[in-house]
Design a protein around this ligand. Sequence first.
Ligand code: ADP
Ligand code: DP6
Ligand code: CO
Length: 349
Amino acid sequence: MAIDHQMTPAGPAGQVLDPGATAVAHPNIALIKYWGKRDEQLMIPYVDSLSMTLDVFPTTTTVRLSPEAPADSVTLDGSPAEGEQRRRVVAFLDLVRELAGRTEPAEVDTRNAVPTGAGLASSASGFAALALAGAAAYGLDLDPTALSRLARRGSVSAARSIFGDFAICHAGRGTSEDADLDSYAEPVPVPDFDPALVIALVDAGPKAVSSRAAMRRTVETSPLYRSWATSSAADLTEMRVALRRGDLDAVGEIAERNALGMHATMLAARPAVRYLSPATVAVLDRVGWLRANGVPAYATMDAGPNVKVLCHRTDAARVAEALRDAAPGCSVVTARRGPGARLRTGAER
Ligand code: ADP
Ligand code: DP6
Ligand code: CO
């Protein structure tokens, strides 16, 4: 990626200010889910996954080098990041610095339009934007594959948000070191499929158990995990055919069963991880009712209670109204396929 590294002539104290690099990335929702890592250090997933990047809820992240600072500074939505949130960003910057052969601390300012940690893929847009802005700020010239591989080290789902539209993330094969090279996302061209994804936000609050901790517990304790992983590979094969055909019913059916199966693995973990709330179930019932009444609509849920409903664009308003009615008080946002991560140019900053 090209690096736009203009220097503003003079700052408040007369010193040269680095404008840094600013990147924008959108969340993505998996139609075939990633759940479970075989190597937590290198962030290697057990399964392939396939997603649609959205045109809503962008993350905007600026990374500026601050050679004089004693340590990295990280601001998330205007407040200093603390604990695990800060640790993940600093560990990611350490990786970028290692790749770039640099040591300067950085100042990171990131803003999520999406609620953070609510099962709406903030870690995907967050680390895709940080990978792009961080690589540019530290002078790394990475192609999209290398950027996706890098983003995966922040959050596996972020590997897919480097790309717009539909993307597949390969789990990688062989040893962890081999898989580290082979695990990245790439676009899945689907020119004739442009559905709506109606998002019912039943609870925008942060989840009690992070995706990372929940999938760790699932892999370690759920007797259902392996059979879901096996059936997910078959789901992916069928999904690729359904997407090529632009067959919304087939895509929706496969996505819905893949997501429900993933939640079944969590429910069988010890202790159980349950993200689905009564409002989630009310929305799922309504999706079934829509289908029974001739409106093709299919649900998928991530690590949180919010439901995303795939439907034809022409049915989106009707689906949105039905979901609002099913979970009074919820807000409903209609998304479509959206763009890949991009750097802002000088003029836009
Ligand atoms: P989500 O469903 O929102 O992806 P996760 O549990 O996967 O939830 O990840 C949430 C975590 O991702 C946050 O607690 C934080 O550590 C990280 N994160 C979210 N947004 C950003 C961001 N813009 N920049 C850096 N890290 C982020
Ligand atoms: C249910 O990518 O958020 O949304 O890799 O630990 O950061 P980490 O987890 P994350 O997990 C996403 C899980 C999911 C399914 C998916 O997006 O594929
Ligand atoms: Co996440």
